[in-house]
Design a binder for this molecule. Structure first.
Ligand code: FCB
Length: 452
């Protein structure tokens, strides 16, 4: 392990991350309403469902104990909107509130600060039935949900993340159609992206109004775009990919509006009837750019982009059970250098007050050996290189103040099922048994060492 004592200060936030649909289960318990992922699974559009998942709904005391032993400062988790407001807008479901309150209290007792994501893609189905994110009303519903959540949990939670990965929710959910709600329509996708971003700004305002001392941010995902060659068509493709994948979200959140080159490009490609965005109402861009306390960045990989790939989805090639060296089981390349470069770029371009790596991790399928030990050396290498990349960025003066490993537990990797394992803790999905992997103990040591 490299020596990073000098560049990672003792008040750096070390954490682990999960999301509700991927771990909770308890689908029919505690008055939970139906979400678009419940519906997606019921329609057979994914191989496995989150009905049980890691059974965290029942096993959460064990998971809190795992975090206490790990020594993390913070736990990034998401609320299932449908546990709090089963139909998205109507009355508050007290059983859902009680479930999360008990969890937050146990976390705080264990010395672990909750960082709560409001939306990790699981829209109430009742709102989808009324148009979902394509409808501007959903932004208003989200704002009320943020108000309710900060009201009922504000005494226990001060760190809030409005949305997780708006690109995935908008594009994979509404253009590519691979994720819930499974729509394939560019017009709807761009509209959904806008309403998600608008709802982010509205939620920041709603949380602040309830809780003046709250720390609020968003978790944006990225794929760093590297031109496959110096050829002009590859350079142009890489620029387009960066616009499609990254700038379309980062620019408006930081007050630069939607990128003009991409509006033109989408118009030329027939995705917009005119070179303008008809769904943007006066004042929206100001709302979207409401100042935040931190930028959350989910970083997994940098990609080499050439002509023809400029709008590639990158859900990986999970079919390959033995990835080539340099790739994870997701089919994503291992590119730690891209993390250092990208946070430097974000710092120079947007100047966020603080950057927190809200997700970073790798899928590898290592299972327990005969002694019950999970030797996941490749995950340790991956995490070590990325933590070093954060330290290098800090050395260069970039304000990266926290790092959350994805994920605490092997969980439901969306449409890829339970076979893709990102956890520091191995989970037997038949019995629910948890076994900390070697990477768990490695991470515990890194955290302890950084505290001196
Ligand atoms: C991110 C998601 C997270 C998980 C990881 C592997 O895109 O936010 O839920 O699936 O990828």
């Amino acid at each position: 392990m490299r020596d990073r004592k000098l560049s990672i200060p003792s008040d750096f936030t070390w954490g682990v991350a999960t999301s509700a649909y991927q771990i909770e289960g308890g689908r029919f318990e505690g008055g939970k309403g139906e979400s678009i992922w419940d519906r997606f699974a019921d329609e057979g559009r994914m191989p496995e469902s989150g009905d049980v998942a890691c059974d965290h709904y029942h096993r959460w005391p064990e998971d809190v104990a795992l975090m206490r032993e790990l020594g993390v400062d913070a736990y990034r988790m998401s609320l299932a909107w449908t546990r709090i407001l089963p139909d998205g807008v109507g009355p508050v479901n007290q059983a859902g509130v009680d479930f999360y309150r008990a969890l937050f209290e146990a976390l705080l007792d264990a010395g672990v600060t909750p960082w709560v994501t409001l939306y990790h893609w699981d829209l109430p189905q009742a709102l989808q039935d009324r148009g979902g994110w394509a409808s501007r009303e959903t932004a208003g519903a989200f704002s009320r949900y943020a108000e309710v959540a900060s009201d009922v949990f504000g005494d226990l939670v001060t760190n809030w993340i409005t949305h997780n990965e708006p690109w995935v929710a908008a594009v994979v959910g509404h253009i590519d159609g691979a994720f819930a709600p499974g729509i394939q329509d560019w017009g709807i996708g761009l509209r959904a992206a806008h309403h998600i971003l608008l709802s982010h700004g509205l939620a920041v305002e709603a949380i602040r109004a309830n809780q003046p001392d709250a720390k609020v941010g968003i978790a944006l995902d990225c794929r760093v775009s590297q031109a496959a060659s110096d050829a002009p068509e590859d350079v142009a493709a890489a620029r387009h990919f960066d616009g499609f994948r990254n700038r379309w979200f980062f620019d408006p959140v930081f007050g630069k509006g939607y990128p003009a080159d991409m509006i033109d490009a989408y118009h030329r490609r027939g995705r917009l009837e005119e070179p303008r965005l008809p769904f943007v109402v006066e004042g929206d861009l100001e709302t979207i750019a409401t100042p935040m306390d931190f930028l959350g960045l989910n970083y997994y990989a940098a990609l080499s982009i050439g002509a023809g790939n400029e709008e590639s989805g990158d859900t990986g090639v999970p079919e390959s059970s033995s990835p080539p060296p340099g790739y994870t089981d997701m089919g994503w390349p291992v590119t730690p250098q891209g993390l250092t470069e990208y946070v430097r770029h974000l710092d120079e371009t947007y100047g966020p007050a603080s950057i927190v790596i809200t997700e970073n991790g790798a899928a590898y399928s290592d299972a327990p050996d005969d002694e019950g030990r999970v030797g996941d050396a490749r995950r340790i290498d991956y995490l070590d290189a990325h933590v070093a990349a954060v330290a290098a960025a800090r050395d260069g003066g970039v304000p990266v103040d926290g790092y959350f490993a994805w994920s605490l537990l092997d969980n439901l990797e969306w449409t890829s099922g339970y076979g893709l394992r990102f956890g520091l803790v191995w989970v037997d999905h038949a019995t629910g048994e948890r076994i900390p992997k070697d990477s768990y103990f490695w991470y515990r040591d890194v955290i302890e060492a950084s505290r001196g």
